[in-house]
Design a protein around this ligand. Structure first.
Ligand SMILES: [Zn+2]
Length: 410
């Protein structure tokens, strides 16, 4: 049964009313999460005039936003729009957790950062941009990986969490920490052309583990780095996350608790599936077995090679030109500036996308020893993990990358 959802908009559009399938999920309303801050200053009144004009939000809603403390995990694809709109909307305290630096391959989907931010910590680049957008908000940077050690204390300082993590380990940590603290957790995930979003909130609806009890086996799900992602997609889902945050803080509308919103950018469609809290959930069920936040088991360490050993390998006649393949996985601009000779060049994104699978196959067939390097050793670790999944067990990563190589000689 179709139901006329929004008469106002339907009327402005003339013919087409906005339709919604109410049969799927009944909307769930919640009390505002945050008590309002004292009165807005005249400067804030001018800035938020289009917000306070909204009957549902009003000045009280804006004061709730001013008093709110939101933690955003990840200042990447999803974090870019959610941080931007949360700052613009006047969320009083915005925490950012991220331990990455800005890389050139981030820029197609992370417009929070620009060309001049390359190699800067993302939290720094993000904070600077957010203060430019709105000097009335306070940005707290946590330049670290979200971990079991820091999670409980971090969560204490915030009202709710936006999950913009790009990996399952962090996603499950955020899930566990939020459910144990009883705080809502605005989640989204994206891949290639599709995205999903939900608000997980143990005690008020399902938690993420009610629907996805355990992380998938490492390597079984392709990451964005491996499978690719349409740059605008995190923009869509991250903006939607910001909208859910604003709704939760101010108590307006129906937050996406108990349903997963699905968007297919290629088909241009939106859908939603209802999800329920499970009494046997290990995290939020009747007899939970997860009662503390714990770091997941570390993935198997990537085999390393030290600078001195690589120099020996390159110096020996036997290895030079035969048997040993030195693979540079940095970007083109870094490669032309200086490299280890002789080396083969395949940027890590292309490698992970399978662009060099034919070469990888030939190295495997020839029994080559493969040493991978990048700037500092992070991308080369990713590349080696990929090569090992392709069966190239001999692949090793140069510890410290070309920085360490240059520091010890050339
Ligand atoms: Zn649960």
């Amino acid at each position: 049964m179709a139901h006329l959802r929004n008469r106002g908009l339907g009327a402005t559009l003339g013919a087409a009313p906005i339709l919604r399938r109410v049969a799927i999920v009944q909307g769930m309303r919640f009390a505002p999460l945050v008590e309002p801050a004292p009165a807005l200053s005249p400067a804030e009144r001018r800035r938020y005039a289009r917000h306070t004009r909204l009957v549902e939000l009003g000045e009280v809603g804006q004061r709730r936003l001013a008093a709110a403390r939101v933690l955003v995990v990840g200042a990447g694809g999803l974090g870019s729009p959610s941080l931007t709109y949360l700052a613009a909307a006047g969320v009083g305290t915005i925490g950012i957790v991220d331990d990455d630096v800005v890389e050139v391959s981030n820029l197609h989907r992370q417009p929070l950062h620009g060309e001049s931010d390359l190699d800067r910590p993302k939290v720094e680049s993000a904070a600077q941009r957010l203060y430019e957008i709105n000097p009335h908000v306070r940005v707290v940077t946590h330049q670290e990986r979200f971990s079991a050690t820091s999670a409980p204390e971090l969560l204490d300082a915030y009202d709710l969490v936006v999950d913009g993590a790009d990996n399952f380990a962090t996603r499950y940590l955020v899930t566990d920490a939020c459910a144990l603290a009883g705080k809502p957790h605005v989640w989204a995930s994206i891949n290639t052309f599709a995205g999903q979003l939900s608000v997980w909130w143990a005690g008020h609806g399902p938690c993420y583990r009610c629907v996805f009890p355990d992380p998938p086996p490492p390597g079984s799900v392709a990451s964005c780095a491996e499978a690719g992602v349409l740059g605008v997609l995190p923009g869509v889902l991250g903006s939607l996350q910001a909208a859910e945050v604003i709704k939760l803080i101010t108590g307006i509308g129906d937050p996406a608790v108990g349903r997963i919103v699905l968007h297919d950018a290629l088909a241009g469609t939106w859908d939603e599936v209802p999800v329920r809290a499970r009494p046997d959930c290990a995290l939020c069920g009747e007899t939970p077995t997860i009662t503390a936040v714990e770091d997941p088991e570390a993935p198997p360490a990537v085999p390393q090679v030290e600078v001195a050993e690589l120099r020996d390998l390159l110096g020996s006649d036997e290895a030079a030109g035969q048997g040993l393949v030195v693979l540079d996985v940095r970007e083109e601009s870094e490669f032309v500036e200086g490299r280890i000779l002789p080396s083969v060049h395949v940027p890590v994104q292309q490698l992970l996308a399978g662009a060099a699978d034919a070469e990888v196959g030939s190295w495997l067939a020839a029994g080559n020893e493969v040493v991978v390097y990048c700037r500092g050793g992070v991308r080369s670790d990713q590349a080696v993990a990929y090569l090992q999944r392709r069966g190239l067990d001999s692949a090793r990563s140069l510890t410290g990358g070309i920085i360490a190589w240059s520091a010890q000689g050339d």
